[in-house]
Design a protein around this ligand. Structure first.
Ligand SMILES: [Zn+2]
Length: 162
């Protein structure tokens, strides 16, 4: 009866000896008049406990969800690294290959390129659209590439930009 939400009669004895006919609803033991201070404290404590429990539940659910997402992200990273290691090539037909941004190139010029080197790249479809026609400068972002298609040739080295 404590947790009943429907209207129900109080039923506590009154001064006349008849049961109280006042109706009450919600969590509680009796109508407002006949609820003792102790009972009121019990109800308050109970409701407080419920609220705290719900908040705790939400917090834990969130934590569980966070952990699951973190695990998935870690798995994806591991898989990406594994695929990268399996597919990365550092030379094609005897020429060094490097990655510049999102694209892969071969370097047929003298010496070896390293990450951070400035180079001149041939025009491609995307660079023509974005930067206009003609060769474009770029910076080597990674050694080797995982691209399986044809690699364009880097035109030349550029002096390091100040
Ligand atoms: Zn009553």
């Amino acid at each position: 009866m404590f947790d009943a939400i429907h209207m129900r009669p109080c039923g506590r004895p009154t001064k006349t000896g008849n049961p109280c006919r006042a109706q009450f609803s919600g969590r509680g033991f009796a109508c407002k008049i006949h609820t003792t201070d102790h009972e009121k404290q019990l109800v308050d404590a109970y409701e407080q406990g419920l609220r705290a429990g719900r908040e705790e539940g939400r917090r834990q659910e969130q934590q569980t969800a966070d952990i699951r997402v973190e695990n998935l992200e870690r798995q994806v990273r591991t898989l990406e690294e594994k695929l990268d290691t399996q597919n990365r090539r550092f030379e094609i037909d005897g020429h060094q290959c490097v990655t510049v941004g999102r694209y892969a190139y071969v370097w047929t010029g003298p010496g070896r390129l390293k990450v951070g080197d400035r180079v001149l790249l041939p025009e491609n479809y995307v660079s023509a659209l974005r930067q206009g026609p003609g060769p474009q400068p770029g910076t080597v972002t990674a050694l080797g590439s995982t691209y399986t298609g044809t690699h364009s040739k880097i035109l030349s080295r550029l002096p390091a930009s100040g």
